[in-house]
Design a protein around this ligand. Structure first.
Ligand code: SAM
Ligand code: SF4
Length: 333
């Protein structure tokens, strides 16, 4: 098998699938309050089309797939897609990133279908603030979803918290305390806010958060596990253990400590466009190729050509630089 490499020699083993651009929430850092125009349903890749495309990716060395969006749990019968992907030869890990609002009733079925891991987004533990930041979300639903994921054995659970200055940065210690109770099967990750076109908030650099936590707890840096850490290119989080509680805390810092040099990920948008880099719009739609009768060999050749054109990285900085294009929900955050 010939690996899926780009012109810089980065090998791609990880595919994020945005299965829908729709969402039941409207988080302030992710979507505008109104005026979203959704992709027409017929433009979305069907589960059969997604299964075929993932199969082609798997023959090129993609081993891990993450379903994201938009909110993956608003797409009908998502469990069926999880099963299709989990059954694809070569795929050894099927994960999902979700806001967990609809998770509780589906956690067992998702686990039975072959889902291996869950990342759950949670930026605040205050119900009123949660309602405001998600524009209408209900904190108790998410906490129930987290409990259900644990009960279904979908562990370890990674909690993703986007930190914005003046919005929720006062809760960093509270989040550590809260999830320390579940240190055995939960990792808490703080994510730097990324500027997307019109949605401006202030990013809190990861280093500043670490310094704050270090005033209260003893932080030990963890050696990145082979295949999982930034050095291996597989995962962007740099992790520390809080010695007093055992909680592992990760920092994903796309702005101040970006990880483009080892990026091994590709993003397939819900309408079949492949984004080889978050910061760049590119590539024709794989959906159009599939629907025009392309063979698997045609698809492979098209994918290899797109990956070869992957840019080196982004130039987004704390003050200035570029902002990302589009919305996270169609790109697949
Ligand atoms: N709806 C699901 C969720 O919220 O987990 C999956 C899609 S969401 C776009 C994926 C991740 O992107 C979430 O963890 C969210 O917090 C993060 N995200 C969205 N907009 C972001 C931004 N501007 N900067 C940093 N992270 C962002
Ligand atoms: Fe929806 Fe997730 Fe974006 Fe929030 S971050 S609006 S839950 S897609």
């Amino acid at each position: 098998m010939q690996a899926l490499t780009d012109s810089l020699g980065r090998i791609h083993t990880y595919l994020r699938l945005s299965v829908t651009d729709r969402c039941n929430y409207r988080c302030v850092y992710c979507m505008p309050a109104e005026g979203m125009s959704w992709m027409p349903r017929q433009d979305l890749l069907s589960y059969e089309e997604l299964g075929r495309v993932v199969g082609v990716f798997a023959t090129m060395g993609i081993q891990r797939v993450r379903l994201t969006g938009g909110e993956p749990l608003v797409r009908r019968d998502i469990t069926r897609l999880v099963r299709v992907i989990a059954d694809t030869p070569g795929i050894r890990d099927v994960a999902m990133t979700t806001n967990a609002h609809f998770l509780a009733p589906h956690a067992d079925d998702l686990a039975a279908a072959g889902l291996t891991r869950l990342n759950i987004s949670l930026d605040t533990l205050r119900a009123d603030r949660f309602h405001r930041l998600t524009r209408g979300g209900k904190l108790s639903r998410v906490l129930d979803g987290i409990d259900a994921a644990r009960a279904a054995g979908l562990v370890p659970i990674k909690i993703n918290a986007v930190v914005m200055e003046g919005e929720n940065d006062d809760e960093v210690e509270d989040l550590v305390e809260f999830f320390s109770r579940h240190a055995a099967d939960t990792e808490l990750r703080f994510i730097e806010y990324m500027p997307f076109e019109a949605r401006w908030h202030r990013c809190v650099p990861a280093r500043r958060l670490r310094e704050r936590l270090a005033r209260r707890w003893t932080l030990t840096p963890l050696r990145q596990v082979a295949g999982e850490g930034p050095g291996s290119g597989a995962g962007p989080a740099r992790t520390w253990r809080i010695e007093e509680t055992g909680l592992v805390v990760g920092f994903i810092s796309p702005i101040t400590e970006h990880f483009c040099a080892t990026c091994n990920r590709l993003r397939l948008m819900a309408d079949g466009h492949l984004r080889t880099c978050l910061a760049h719009e590119d590539t024709p739609s794989l959906r159009d190729l599939v629907r025009s009768g392309a063979t698997d060999a045609d698809l492979e050749a098209a994918i290899r050509a797109m990956v070869m054109g992957k840019p080196w990285g982004h130039d987004c900085q704390l003050e200035g630089g570029e902002v990302f294009e589009g919305v996270m929900t169609s790109v697949g955050g």
